[in-house]
Design a protein around this ligand. Structure first.
Ligand code: G16
Length: 548
């Protein structure tokens, strides 16, 4: 087989965002576009001794352009001298399963082809991210190096070889490189069996407990069938939309109450099962809904931490917890009560990696519907569902009762996120500048019953590797513990998305104010958030595009 050197030119805009590079399929499918980026990844991470003897894990969420991308990457990996690629059968590999496979096989790293919860199909989004040997997303120093290389690349190498058949389990070759096609579900299920008491969970389902899990025609379908219906004995039909489709059946594989509306409506109806859950395109996010009770991701993280000992893997308790900065502070109160540290990191799972590797935290999570533990280095949708089931199996209460009991002990953090999507990038930057320019004037000012106590642009100092990440979101804090946070999304593919996160704390003393309608409970802060940002005048948007 011959290694070809292909001349190319740098493409502008190949800058990795919060989680790898995400662009429209039409952009990725341009000649050399994907290859350029992959070449820059390999160049950025190549060790001095090269890739000889090393293993790469490869797969994705099955979205449009995955099959073509797999073949390109396999031939480029062979040209780079990798010894072996572990390829998920048919390319179907969830992000958490990829993280596990990398760790289990002591691989050099992995490439995951996914744009997560973004829409798929020929006009939808595609994405690619590199995960390191610890199983976690590449840290900023690597993504910065990749970006720098994309601005100067002039050629890449690729093996001139026939395509691999990703449906055939077993060994194939690209040149001298072994391609081992594996069933990625098996190892993941084995890991979940180590963490959770499957016997107890089988008992829960045997007792008549009912559940619906919406796989959203995305990657978790095969994993969910194997775990819930095969291993735990839940009836067939427990898993909805369980077949991964390249266009996710035309739906947006984002597990929130907007895009998983059918599940939400079912859970709010009189036919609701005991428990409802969903996961996203690549299986790292989770949605949890009880009968008549949606559980906000920030609350879910706090509840999982408070009840962690319900699962055997966490019976000894937690070393510490971490949350991304815009995530509500509900988990902070749990950490305080448990007497363990709580870390505040920037948005993006990569920032949890060092804390997990150093054993300083056991659980971490984000408002964007991600939660996980130290079992891997990614967020894990099915893990969150299994931990919830473990809690329900031990406590034998409804989700609603568990949430209400939690608020009675810890108080309640009312929380909402208002997204302004596809805003003109320049206008979005103006909004951020406008907010920041008022910081010194705002501190100490009173607005009705709310007094601003602090305002800053969040910088994160990583205590493990000493790195500092600036510009991670604008925070305005109030004396009563309420907050407004502004951030520009790092995962969108059209224009800019402004996210406004709003939070108010009601203490346990104030039971009368518990369980109010969220938007009503936050109305004064929402009005202030719009006033401080001047968002309507600067962007022309009177209302957000999405409220979650
Ligand atoms: C990715 C990251 C998450 C992060 C989210 C934020 O999620 O993996 O850690 O919270 O992006 O997105 P944004 O920058 O748009 O607010 P995912 O599930 O898309 O990979």
């Amino acid at each position: 087989m011959i290694i070809q050197t292909i001349d190319t030119t740098p493409f502008s805009g190949q800058k990795p965002g919060t989680s790898g590079l995400r662009k429209k399929v039409t952009e990725f499918a341009q000649p050399h576009y994907l290859a350029n980026f992959v070449a820059c990844i390999f160049a950025a991470v190549k060790p001095a001794e090269g890739f000889a003897g090393k293993t790469l894990v490869l797969g994705g969420d099955g979205r449009y352009f995955n099959p073509e991308a797999l073949q390109i990457i396999l031939k480029m990996a062979a040209a780079q001298g990798f010894a072996r690629v572990l390829l998920a059968q048919n390319g179907i590999l969830s992000t958490p399963a990829a993280s596990h496979l990398i760790r289990l096989n002591q691989a050099f790293g992995g490439l995951v082809l996914s744009a997560s919860h973004n829409e798929g199909g020929p006009n939808g989004d595609f994405g690619i991210k590199f995960n390191c040997a610890n199983g976690g997303p590449a840290p900023e120093k690597i993504t910065d190096a990749i970006y720098a290389l994309t601005t100067s690349i002039t050629s890449y190498q690729i093996m001139d070889a026939p395509d691999v058949d990703p449906s055939q389990l077993g060994r194939q070759f690209v040149g001298e490189m072994v391609v081992e096609v594996i069933d990625s579900v098996v190892d993941y299920v084995a890991l979940m069996e180590q963490l959770f008491d499957f016997e107890a969970l089988r008992g829960l389902f045997a007792s008549g407990f009912t559940m619906k899990f919406d796989a959203m025609s995305a990657v978790t379908g095969p994993y969910a069938h194997a775990i819930f219906e095969n291993a735990l004995g839940a009836p067939l039909g427990t898993v909805l939309n369980g077949k991964p489709l390249p266009d996710f059946g035309g739906h947006h594989p984002d597990p929130n109450i907007v895009h998983a509306k059918a599940l939400y409506d079912l859970m709010m109806s009189e036919h609701a099962p005991d428990f409802g859950a969903a996961s996203d395109g690549d299986g790292d996010r989770n949605l949890i809904i009880g009968k008549g009770m949606f559980v906000a991701p920030s609350d879910s993280l706090a509840l999982l931490a408070a009840n962690a000992t319900c699962a055997p893997a966490y019976a000894k308790g937690l070393a510490g917890v971490a949350r991304s900065m815009p995530t509500s502070m509900a988990v902070d109160r749990v950490a305080e009560k448990l007497g363990v540290p709580c870390f505040e990191t920037p948005t993006g799972w990569k920032f949890f990696g060092n804390l997990l590797d150093a054993g300083q935290i056991t659980f971490c999570g984000e408002e964007s519907a991600g939660a996980s533990s130290d079992h891997i280095r990614e967020k894990d949708g099915l893990w969150a569902v299994l931990l919830w089931l473990s809690i329900l199996a031990v406590r034998r209460q409804s989700v609603r009762d568990i949430v209400l009991a939690h608020w009675a002990i810890y108080g309640q953090n009312y929380y909402t996120r208002h997204d302004y999507e596809a805003v003109d990038t320049q206008a979005a930057n103006q909004v951020m500048q406008h907010i920041e320019s008022q910081f010194s004037a705002l501190v100490g000012q009173q607005f009705g019953s709310l007094t601003v106590s602090a305002a800053d642009n969040f910088s994160y100092h990583d205590s493990i590797d000493g790195s500092v990440s600036h510009n991670q979101g604008l925070r305005i804090a109030f004396e009563c513990g309420s907050r407004i946070v502004y951030r520009l999304s790092g995962t969108g593919t059209s224009g800019a998305t402004i996210r406004i996160y709003i939070e108010r704390f009601e203490s346990t003393q104030n039971q009368a104010r518990h369980n109010l309608e969220t938007q009503a409970a936050l109305a004064d802060l929402i009005a202030l958030a719009r006033q401080f940002s001047n968002i309507q005048a600067l962007t022309g948007r009177a209302e957000p595009s999405a409220i979650t």
